[in-house]
Design a protein around this ligand. Structure first.
Ligand SMILES: Cc1cc2nc3c(=O)[nH]c(=O)nc-3n(C[C@H](O)[C@H](O)[C@H](O)COP(=O)(O)OP(=O)(O)OC[C@H]3O[C@@H](n4cnc5c(N)ncnc54)[C@H](O)[C@@H]3O)c2cc1C
Ligand code: SF4
Length: 281
């Protein structure tokens, strides 16, 4: 193992996954800015890029596979390829891994500016009372952050399973809503590493995304639809603190928008209709 130190933070390159002790660094596209802004504190980073499984084998994807690689993989369901293609920029997709993408932090500007909000352990959600145009329209009572991952939403519709170095769990169980007692948005344990993501194979699937710009923008609303026989599974990004599964298209009507983001309900309804039509065609 080699390590270097800069500003009190050491970077280790462990020779095996068993040796990983600190905060895992994959592409670094989310983690490095969070470290720079003091939103993540770590004494030791563990560069796991060369240790994580990488590539696509049938329906199983190594956690170290980049979004660019997924976008180009012909065997990958269309919803996931499109979700990767519409995420971030080509440079970020070349660096960013699927494992890191599933675990990226919220883009809520209050959280990123380190307001002492509910998700940071404080008393209240500043977005609910303040600027929340891009925030959640479901499950937004305590924290109205909107989950930013496009690929996670596609994988949710594909009923994906996450394989870690400790267990297998459904992707939907990787995420949790924050509570008074526990403010985290994932169920991953300290030091637990995602190694693979495996998905079911649909007859047809698609991912549609509304964003402020045509490129290089987080989802205002993203909709993944995957058809298995007559069953269409639906999931949404940008609408809840976690990737959000719908029981049916009518579930959009259960949204609880805030005064400044009711427009997202209309977008979600329209995109869900289009996505369902596309996978049934
Ligand atoms: C400007 C910008 C625009 C973006 N736009 C979009 C977008 O439109 N849609 C979208 O979906 N994403 C978007 N992203 C997010 C981007 O896709 C993610 O930052 C990237 O995929 C994260 O992957 P990474 O390998 O760089 O993760 P890292 O930054 O290395 O890690 C992220 C987190 O995951 C942890 N981690 C990484 N790998 C593992 C693992 N295998 N097991 C356990 N923990 C792990 C790290 O410790 C860290 O906490 C954007 C990012 C930026 C900066
Ligand atoms: S939406 Fe969540 S992250 Fe943003 S201010 Fe509210 S509690 Fe904090």
């Amino acid at each position: 193992m080699r390590s270097a130190t800069a500003s009190g933070l050491s970077l280790a390159r462990p020779s095996s996954l068993e040796d990983v002790r600190g905060v895992p660094l994959a592409g670094g596209t989310d983690l490095v800015p969070l470290l720079r802004d003091g939103l993540v504190e770590a004494e030791r980073l563990e560069d796991v890029r060369d240790l994580l499984p990488r590539g696509v084998e049938g329906d199983r994807i190594g956690a170290g596979t980049t979004l660019a690689e997924l976008e180009r993989s012909e065997g990958v369901p269309e919803a996931l390829r499109e979700a990767c293609r519409l995420a971030a920029s080509p440079q970020l997709r070349n660096m960013g891994t699927i494992g890191g993408n599933l675990l990226q932090a919220t883009r809520c500007w209050y959280w990123r500016l380190d307001y002492p909000c509910f998700l940071h352990g404080g008393e209240r959600c500043h977005a609910r009372e303040g600027e929340h145009r891009e925030h959640a329209i479901f499950a937004n009572e305590l924290c109205a952050s909107a989950h930013p991952s496009d690929p996670a939403t596609a994988l949710l519709a594909l009923s994906a399973v996450v394989e870690t170095d400790r267990r297998r769990l459904a992707l939907r169980e990787l995420y949790r809503l924050p509570t008074e007692g526990d403010r985290s948005l994932t169920t991953l344990e300290d030091g637990e590493l995602i190694l693979h993501v495996a998905h079911e194979r649909p007859a047809a699937s698609t991912y549609l995304k509304a964003m402020d710009r045509q490129r290089f923008s987080f989802p205002l609303v993203g909709v993944a639809a995957a058809r298995f026989g007559d069953d269409v599974r639906l999931a949404l990004s940008g609408v809840a603190p976690i990737p959000w599964a719908l029981e049916s298209a009518d579930d959009v009507g259960r949204a609880t928008p805030l005064p400044g983001n009711a427009y997202k309900v209309d977008i979600a309804r329209a995109l869900v209709r289009r996505a369902v039509d596309a996978v049934r065609a």
